[in-house]
Ligand binder design. Structure first.
Ligand SMILES: [Zn+2]
Length: 387
């Protein structure tokens, strides 16, 4: 071997070694803290609808969550601080704060694109998500999921929940209680017929959560319900600014439905087009980053008080479709967002990991390994729902 060749070989070996060190090193922070917790849905039962304020709840499976519960209940009237001038610097992923970054990811409307495009990306990062299915849309057209898709999602630890029978706009059905029952209760039964025990209801177009006669029906069949539209869900319901609440009671003292409660969990549907803006995917990404990080000021000292709950709809590779449908996201942008969550240590939870404490009227989080709290790990948590 010539001297020159030896030098080249040496260079190759050194480079290879460095690359391998980087690869090995970078894999450690991503050790999945898999938990095999199974949500115990079987014990959740249909609650009385008296006044819409159901009192029964399933607290099973919550015993390992004392970190959350204690932290919440030790300051039941947690008053949300004003964010301390947090506007930039979201790339700061080190330190304690990164352990308090959570997100819940939901998909509405049974789009096939969620299976084709979103699922492989979720799988790549070990993320689990909640799918709100419209029962009569399943298997109906090519652009929607099949029941086999739904079964496969459930088998893979995804959370399957209800989004009515026909995506009806519930306030239009007020004069027809039987129609309301069909949409709300019927969809629970429809999913049950296919082996899914849905305990969370999603209001189509976020409509109806402010109408007592609708909420009463929802409360009859579900433990919780999700609507929109806020960047963060506050577990004590007390951070919503213009909607002051001291807890998550369904009704306020004056007998009116509250802004946020167990039947009105706030999620964030990104609409890239609305009356004020029309964002391209590259303009949309910083919005996502900002909203994901807006929880940081509220989740300090190991306490979780706020979680962004993101709701996706259709995914597309076509800019034409993206521009046409306000809630459609491009596959590239979705991939970029999931990568961001992964690379920045966000922990992805399922919506059915939200529990409700009817004694203190606050939410708590089920099945999160406490060992990851208060430590400096930046690990992605694999949370498994029932298989
Ligand atoms: Zn919908």
């Amino acid at each position: 071997m010539s001297n020159a060749n030896a030098k080249i070989l040496f260079g190759v070996v050194v480079t290879f070694t460095i690359v391998m060190m980087l690869v090995i090193g970078s894999s450690f922070p991503n050790v999945a803290l898999s938990s095999s917790h199974h949500k115990n849905k079987s014990s959740s039962h249909i609650s009385s609808s008296t006044g819409g304020a159901a009192t029964s709840t399933s607290n099973s499976g919550v015993s390992n969550l004392n970190g959350f519960n204690n932290q919440s209940s030790s300051s039941p009237l947690y008053s949300a601080p004003s964010p301390p001038g947090f506007s930039s610097g979201f790339n700061n992923s080190g330190g304690l704060a990164s352990n308090n970054k959570l997100v819940m990811i939901g998909f509405d409307d049974s789009y096939k694109s969620q299976i084709l495009y979103a699922k492989p990306i979720l799988d790549k990062y070990g993320f689990k998500a909640s799918f709100f299915e419209v029962c009569t849309w399943i298997g109906k057209t090519k652009d929607r999921q099949t029941w086999q898709d739904v079964a496969a999602l459930q088998h893979d630890g995804m959370d399957i929940e209800s989004h009515t029978m026909t995506h009806a706009h519930l306030p239009t059905l007020l004069s027809s209680p039987s129609q309301l029952t069909y949409e709300i209760g019927g969809s629970k039964q429809c999913l049950a017929n296919h082996g899914v025990n849905a305990t969370i209801f999603g209001y189509p177009l976020n409509l109806g959560s402010d109408i007592p006669s609708i909420v009463n029906v929802v409360a009859k069949y579900y433990n919780l319900a999700r609507s929109g539209s806020a960047p963060l869900m506050f577990l004590n319901c007390n951070g919503f600014g213009k909607q002051p609440q001291t807890d998550c009671s369904t009704y306020s003292a004056n007998g009116k439905l509250t802004y946020a409660n167990r039947y009105d969990i706030k999620s964030d549907s990104f609409r890239h087009v609305d009356s004020n803006h029309n964002y391209s995917p590259s303009q949309e990404f910083p919005q996502f980053v900002q909203r994901m990080n807006s929880q940081i000021p509220y989740n300090t000292n190991g306490k979780i008080n706020a979680i962004p709950i993101v709701t996706y709809h259709n995914l597309t590779n076509s800019m034409q479709d993206y521009n046409m449908m306000a809630s459609t996201i491009t596959v590239d942008l979705f991939a970029q967002e999931m990568k961001y969550l992964h690379d920045n240590g966000f922990r992805v939870l399922l919506l059915n990991q939200l529990g409700y404490d009817p004694n203190n009227n606050v939410f708590d989080i089920k099945n999160v390994p406490l060992s990851t709290y208060g430590t400096t790990t930046n690990a992605t948590t694999l949370v498994r729902a029932p298989s």
